[in-house]
Design a protein around this ligand. Structure first.
Ligand code: PMP
Length: 392
């Protein structure tokens, strides 16, 4: 059997339309398949490879850690240099009171931890989340998801969850003194890139303060420079109580975190109640990779160039079949008439070596979220090929 047959026979399938692209090597914004095939990755493995594939500094950090140690002990017991340096580097990107980091392995796990922390700290049970939100596929993170079709088969899920409409000021009065937390993607990703107004975030923060509700912002997709700021909430002049991140954090290695202030995070520490524990959370190799990733994002002008790169996509992607482009920085959705119109365009683009995708809850828009290291010249090539793929 060849690899494609093995994939279909022995690997659990998650979709009716797997991209089925085989990759042998990846570097920067490019991926290479058998028989000399070369692809430009315009989706960064779904918002992961913000610094490009196998960034040399990330590889160097991984190799350095391989020579020292791999797993030593469950999270939170031994003092491991990559973990503590990463925690410090993360808090340095945040306002001073966001000074305490819990390292996990993935986005869903970070969400689980944040929800448990909010319940534990507030001693409240109700959670508010958003229609069309995606926070993960584990039971807790799925419970705060906002798509009924995805949830139906798994009920009963967590009780006490209400979905409000992202960006709708009129729904904020549903946050009350019984609400432990509001969990929200700062920019809704899988809904097809929806961006609420600054006025909304200001009102949301105010309502949470008034009711003693914790605000959890999920920046698993929007963080690490993707939107043109290190954190997307910086666009809106607010700060969450708990920040959740993963994906781009590891530069291609699995890692996630939820971040809060020390007093809040302290709620997990008090015996005899079990807090939140993880074996592999903050794996030293992933932590070393993440530390290097943060350095790469901060040291050059990657974040500073996001806006002009996004604007170039928007300037070039003009076609009667493109209805609109929604974006915050390089988190973009190119809207078409329908899935039926879009599907063959994505397929043809792949044939021509450009990888895009659609969204979980929005199948009429093309996902564009390239590595932030993409150059203006490469964006011109990518847009030319997308336009050719629209033509047929
Ligand atoms: N939150 C958001 C906003 C996401 O985009 C994702 C992943 N697509 C998750 C949570 C879940 O992350 P993971 O797949 O690492 O569990």
């Amino acid at each position: 059997m060849n690899n494609r047959q093995l994939f279909l026979s022995h690997l659990a399938q998650t979709t009716d339309f797997p991209l089925l692209i085989e990759i042998e090597k990846a570097e920067g914004i490019y991926m290479y398949g058998p028989e000399g095939r070369k692809y430009m990755d315009l989706i960064s493995g779904i918002g992961v490879s913000n610094v490009g594939h196998r960034h040399p500094k990330v590889i160097q950090a991984i190799q350095g850690q391989l020579d020292k140690y791999l797993h030593l002990m469950v999270y939170g017991e031994y003092v491991q240099s990559p973990q503590v340096k990463l925690a410090k580097a993360l808090t340095d990107t945040l306002p001073a009171h966001m000074d305490n980091v819990y390292l996990v392995n993935s986005g869903s796990e970070a969400v689980e931890g944040a929800l448990k922390l909010a319940k534990r700290y507030t001693n409240r049970r109700e959670i508010i989340s958003c229609v069309n939100a995606y926070h993960g596929s584990s039971h807790g993170s799925l419970s705060v998801g906002g798509n009924e079709i995805f949830k139906r088969a798994y009920r009963p899920l967590l009780p006490g969850i209400t979905n409000i409409e992202y960006g709708n000021l009129d729904h904020l009065d549903q946050i009350n003194e019984g609400t432990a937390a509001v969990i929200m993607e700062t920019i809704q990703g899988e809904a097809g890139i929806r961006v609420a107004e600054k006025e909304y975030f200001q009102a949301l923060r105010k309502r949470c303060n008034e009711t003693g509700t914790l605000l959890i912002l999920d920046e698993i997709q929007a963080g690490f420079g993707r939107t043109g700021r290190f954190w997307a909430f910086e666009h809106f002049d607010i700060v969450p109580d708990i920040l959740v991140c993963a994906k781009g954090m590891g530069g291609g290695m699995p890692i996630g975190a939820f971040i809060a202030n020390k007093e809040l995070m302290g709620a997990f520490k008090n015996n005899p109640l079990l807090g939140h524990i993880t074996t592999f959370g903050g794996h030293p190799v992933s932590s070393a990779a993440s530390l290097a990733t943060i350095d790469v994002i901060l040291e050059g002008d990657l974040i500073g160039q996001v806006e002009s790169k996004a604007n170039l996509f928007k300037k070039l992607l003009v076609h009667p079949k493109i209805k609109s482009i929604r974006n915050k920085g390089l988190m973009m959705a190119v809207e078409f008439e329908s899935f039926e119109v879009l599907k063959p365009i994505i397929d043809r683009a792949i044939e021509k070596g450009i990888i895009t995708d659609w969204f979980l809850f929005c199948d009429d828009a093309m996902r564009i979220a390239p590595p932030l290291v993409i150059t203006h010249a490469e964006i011109e090539i990518a847009c030319q090929i997308i336009l050719q793929s629209i033509e047929g």
